[in-house]
Design a binder for this molecule. Structure first.
Ligand SMILES: [Zn+2]
Ligand SMILES: [Zn+2]
Length: 234
């Protein structure tokens, strides 16, 4: 091969490379603009400099570890909840870095769709449902750690904050598991308990009854010292 031809080939390939790079760069910009982090991950994960095996990250002075639950910024007043599954640092050919996290979503009451109204009344604002839905999202969307308790643990809490949730069912393929009909029930009405509603506890069986089912006002209920539920009175 003559020297001039060799030069020509190498020049052509570097022009192609530059062209490719510009194309990839504009693709990246589009993905970032449309917040399509899942495809950004697919595009850059194979880049030699990208790393996908971090165990923890530090954001705004707080360390977050794989497996922990997070409150995630939503475009509304209340947060989303998700489990941190993966921490990745994606790098493009210009060494620009795109840090992302992979999360598994827990649905909250406001995210549920097509649930009959009576069922919605059983569900608490502090309740979450593990889903089989996953996304790559920006680290900047982390608000704080979240703790997810069992219903029994949540029921025993004396103080609450807005990063504490409970879970008694999953929401897989947008269906409750176990189905609502199988959730534990309480009160004489035999409905699943919702901690957002007002209850009174029976001194005999420790079960909870809705004030509304007993026809009791909040004020009247406060004055009852030893409440015995209708079932235990029989
Ligand atoms: Zn009731
Ligand atoms: Zn009782």
């Amino acid at each position: 091969m003559s020297a001039s031809l060799e030069q020509k080939i190498s020049r052509t390939s570097s022009v192609d490379e530059k062209q490719d790079n510009i194309l990839i760069k504009s693709k990246i910009q589009k993905l970032i603009q449309s917040k399509d982090n899942n495809n950004l991950y697919q595009l850059l994960k194979k880049n030699k400099k990208s790393r996908t095996s971090y165990k923890q990250l530090k954001y705004e002075g707080i360390i977050y570890k794989i497996g922990q639950n997070l409150c995630i910024k939503a475009d509304r007043r209340i947060d989303y909840v998700a489990k941190l599954l993966k921490i990745v640092k994606l790098v493009d050919n210009d060494d620009e870095v795109y840090p992302l996290i992979k999360v598994q979503w827990y649905y909250r009451k406001f995210e549920l769709e097509n649930i009959p109204k009576p069922y919605m009344d059983y569900i608490s604002e502090n309740e979450v449902f593990k889903t089989n839905e996953y996304d790559y999202i920006e680290i900047e969307s982390i608000v704080s750690l979240a703790s997810i308790l069992t219903y029994e643990e949540f029921d025993q809490l004396e103080t609450m904050n807005d990063t504490t949730y409970f879970m008694r069912a999953a929401y897989i393929n947008r269906t409750f598991q176990p189905p609502i009909e199988e959730w534990a029930t309480t009160c004489i009405c035999q409905k699943p308990p919702n901690p957002d509603l007002k209850y009174i506890q029976c001194e005999a069986c420790q079960g909870w009854c809705h004030l509304i089912c007993l026809n009791l006002s909040k004020e009247k209920a406060k004055k009852i010292l030893n409440f015995i539920c209708p079932k235990c009175q029989q």
